[in-house]
Ligand binder design. Structure first.
Ligand code: ZN
Ligand code: ZN
Length: 418
């Protein structure tokens, strides 16, 4: 019995070796279709948790490719399951689908047709590339050694207030459970690196993000008699300063962290002491422990400074926030980097982690993950605006590379499993 198994193994061609040439040929063949999908999505952007048209289009397309489809998941999301012709493990590839509340100023034939909504973060490209990877892998299904789960996720930019959404809801609704996913791969387009390049790390790549609100209570009175009331404006100013001292003086200098107060509101008139000041801000770190430590120091500081001035202030974190995106070291070094090197050659670059954030790491509650940056900047074409701006665009020459990278990462992961 054992001998027979050995003989079969010896006789079989390298079944699990990734068919790089076939993946490349397929990705290049379907490139115009991937671009067409991206342009269609770009022209019809939808906000977080409102990706009705997009989700429907994705589900239809996956059904056409012969995948098992779960739809809707996490409100408007889609899970596609491709079971290969050979036994093996289970790997997931993820794309986000939502757009942002921005008016596009690009003069493109496929510019947004929806006023006030724009694919300014490139999720149109993510969705189109993942559909492309599904098509490539579906075309090679008989040889595929295992199962690929395609996660089309809504609301990466954050669900509307009071709604659940995004990666946490995908996880909650079991998107990674049936079948049980063993690793998750994802990417983000942007101008961090140029077209033809991929930026990777084997540790942190994106930051945690926590948005918070501080409210300082005052007592309104005539502006000429502050001693008869309680002026929250200088207290708010003291809190802003003290919070900057928390991040600059109380945290290990080798730890990346940013604390920004982006909005302050208080008062009605130049000669009236304000009744209350509200401040909104964001906290970014690359480490879960540092994140928790700063959050507790912030609470202590806000309370203490307010008390020192004889008033009260509250600090509230507005939602659960995103954990830092920290790539699994073994997955990065043993699977992802060799795969990216075959697709991008010398363009597979180790990059410094960014302070922007993602909800992708919520998938890490279920499986190790790897996330990388797909370069879409092209200075010669004037494409270089950063994500979340009204002039953001991607060089579409990156799309077939992204399709190849996703398909290759999935196959490499499955192929190395015995
Ligand atoms: Zn974004
Ligand atoms: Zn994004």
């Amino acid at each position: 019995m054992q001998l027979l198994a050995l003989a079969l193994l010896a006789a079989a061609p390298a079944a699990s070796a990734t068919p790089d040439a076939d993946i490349r040929a397929a990705a290049e063949r379907i490139a115009p279709a991937v671009v067409a999908v991206r342009r269609d999505l770009h022209a019809h952007p939808e906000l977080s948790n409102r990706e009705e048209r997009t989700g429907h289009l994705v589900a239809e397309r996956l059904r056409d490719l012969g995948l098992e489809v779960r739809y809707p998941v996490a409100k408007t999301g889609v899970v596609g399951i491709l079971r290969g012709g050979r036994p093996g493990g289970v790997v997931a590839l993820r794309a986000d689908m939502d757009a942002l509340p921005l008016d596009e100023t690009n003069d493109l034939p496929f510019r947004s047709r929806v006023k006030g909504v724009m694919h300014a973060c490139g999720h149109d490209a993510h969705t189109a590339m993942l559909l492309g990877a599904a098509e490539v892998l579906a075309g090679l299904k008989p040889r595929l050694p295992g199962t690929v789960v395609f996660l089309f996720q809504p609301a990466e930019e954050g669900a509307p207030e009071g709604e659940e959404g995004g990666a946490p809801l995908m996880v909650k609704e079991g998107a990674l459970d049936h079948p049980k996913v063993e690793a998750v791969f994802g990417l983000h387009v942007g101008s961090w690196v140029s077209v033809g390049q991929a930026g990777w790390t084997d540790g942190p790549i994106f930051a945690s993000s926590d948005s918070f609100r501080i409210e300082v209570e005052g007592k309104t009175v005539h502006g000429a008699q502050p001693h008869m009331g309680l002026d929250p404006i200088p207290v708010a100013a003291a809190i802003v300063q003290a919070l900057q001292l928390v991040v600059s003086r109380q945290v290990d200098g080798r730890q990346p962290r940013v604390l920004t107060i982006g909005r302050i509101e208080g008062g009605t008139r130049f000669n009236i002491i304000a009744g209350r000041v509200t401040m909104d801000g964001t906290l970014r770190t690359h480490d879960a422990t540092v994140r928790a430590d700063i959050k507790s120091r912030m609470a202590r500081t806000v309370k203490g400074v307010a008390e020192a001035h004889g008033t009260t202030a509250t600090l509230r974190f507005l939602d659960d926030g995103n954990p830092p995106t920290v790539n699994d070291r073994a997955l990065a070094q043993e699977v992802a980097f060799p795969a990216l090197q075959r697709v991008f050659g010398a363009g597979a670059l180790r990059v410094e982690p960014q302070m922007v954030a993602e909800d992708f790491p919520f998938f890490g509650e279920k499986a190790p993950y790897f996330y990388f940056l797909l370069g879409t900047r092209n200075d010669a074409k004037g494409i270089g605006s950063v994500n979340h701006t009204a002039t953001f665009d991607v060089d579409e020459d990156a799309l077939p590379l992204g399709v190849r990278a996703l398909a290759t990462l999935a196959w490499d992961f499955l192929g190395r499993k015995k």
